[in-house]
Design a protein around this ligand. Sequence first.
Ligand code: FAD
Ligand code: 2HG
Ligand code: ZN
Length: 472
Amino acid sequence: MDTTRLLQGLRELLGEAALITAPEDIAPALIDHRHLYQGAAPAIVQPADTAAVSRLLAWCNAQRVGVVPQGGNTSYCGGATPDASGRQIVLSLKRMNRIRGVDAANFSLVAEAGCTLAAVQAAAQQASRLFPLSLGSEGTCQIGGNLATNAGGTAVLRYGMMRDLVLGLEYVLADGGVVSDLAPLRKDNTGYDLRHLMIGSEGTLGVITAACLKLFPRTRSAATAWVSVPHPAAAIQLLGRLREASGDRLSGCELVPQVALDLVLRHIPQTRDPVATRAPWYLLAELTSSGEDELDAMLENALASAIDAGQALDATVARSEAQRDQFWAIRENVPAAQRRAGGSLKHDVSVPVSMLPDFIERGAALAAQLAPEGFLVAYGHAGDGNLHFNLSQRPEADTAAFLAREAPLKRAIHDLVAQLHGSFSAEHGIGQLKVRELARYAPPAELAAMRSIKRALDPNGILNPGKVLDPG
Ligand code: FAD
Ligand code: 2HG
Ligand code: ZN
């Protein structure tokens, strides 16, 4: 269909207010957060409600128009970027940003897909509850995007991934059919649980319009430490010690190497070195509780024993909310600091937690051998066995020469991860960046089942074409 007819059809279907067509207004939606992909599209469509999404998909399905759902456009694998053909439209959920209701007694709330994660956290907080998903992008990313990517972040150790925080889902299928399953039930074994197909499907099986989310008691006590550790094996031992000593109140456990701390101190204003003893690695550990617990004392005692056991070299426990925020700001700013340091090569991998030290040692050797123009900045969610095994270019290195190392390095790192029974995409998804990786590493029977599901739910291939699965 030509662009004029396409735009005319969309206008008749949804009205002028739902359509953005000015090139300067569309431009930000056509490039991904990492600037790896530049797409093209004649319009961004912004429906106001679920009925409008349904009308839109039914029409696009009949006309064979590709639809690329987009939330906050913060994802790392180009999943929300249209292709370069100019024939796909971007479907933004931005206008669907209502909190439909909070049920404090049921520990649940219903949010529309276009709510930012921060807005959902705030709505929970107002009801004296906690919505625990926490990402560096939380001010911008949207609940629909979090669901579609099954986002992880810094509290997974205690509360699980986005998938674990969902009681119900409302979504629209490729033919416009609406499934509204928002009942806040904790038990419901009635047939196939389709919502778990939608979660993590990156817009390729349906468009999520709302979700019923699980809430928890509000955090009343927290204790946060920045700990110097001699090596990753000590960090993992410390993780186990903290879980045991705190009655499993450990909710955050992030590994940060010295090089990442240095990058943040150099590139991000108003950041300060949090601990006196410099060390090759640091662990940011946080205990939280919904009770009035003496968590500082609990954490200090555990850390003192860890220092005696050689698992830690030094530690600073935050004495104020401001200091706690400073510790987290260092961790959350590692991606921004890496960006300012020039080119980067990223691997979002996970292995069993106990295998992390082995993985780091072997992966570091591969990185040094295969990308000598770079240095390793491996950091992240140690409590989940998920590292951002990234490299930054050396200041003196040529960016193009460094980036040319991508393919052989990626192969070596992902092969190592596979050997250790890990994942080449722990929390960022597949998008368009890792389609070939999925085809390579997924067991053939699983891949065939994924293709069958895609064909069954989206026979005309209009939903986020070219993402997750190759056409086969
Ligand atoms: P988008 O980027 O807009 O879209 C992501 C995918 O979801 C696309 O495939 C899109 O088509 C699809 N989609 C979006 N909305 C819908 C919908 N309503 N229905 C169906 N499909 C839809 N991720 C983590 O997991 N953990 C982290 O710790 C983390 N930290 C980050 C820190 C920073 C600074 C940044 C920039 C990103 C970080 N991310 C992290 C990545 C990103 O924020 C997450 O993947 C997030 O869940 C994406 O949400 P979004 O709204 O931006 O989605
Ligand atoms: C994080 O944990 C994000 O900070 C981003 O998942 C990771 O930039 C990255 O590689
Ligand atoms: Zn992460």
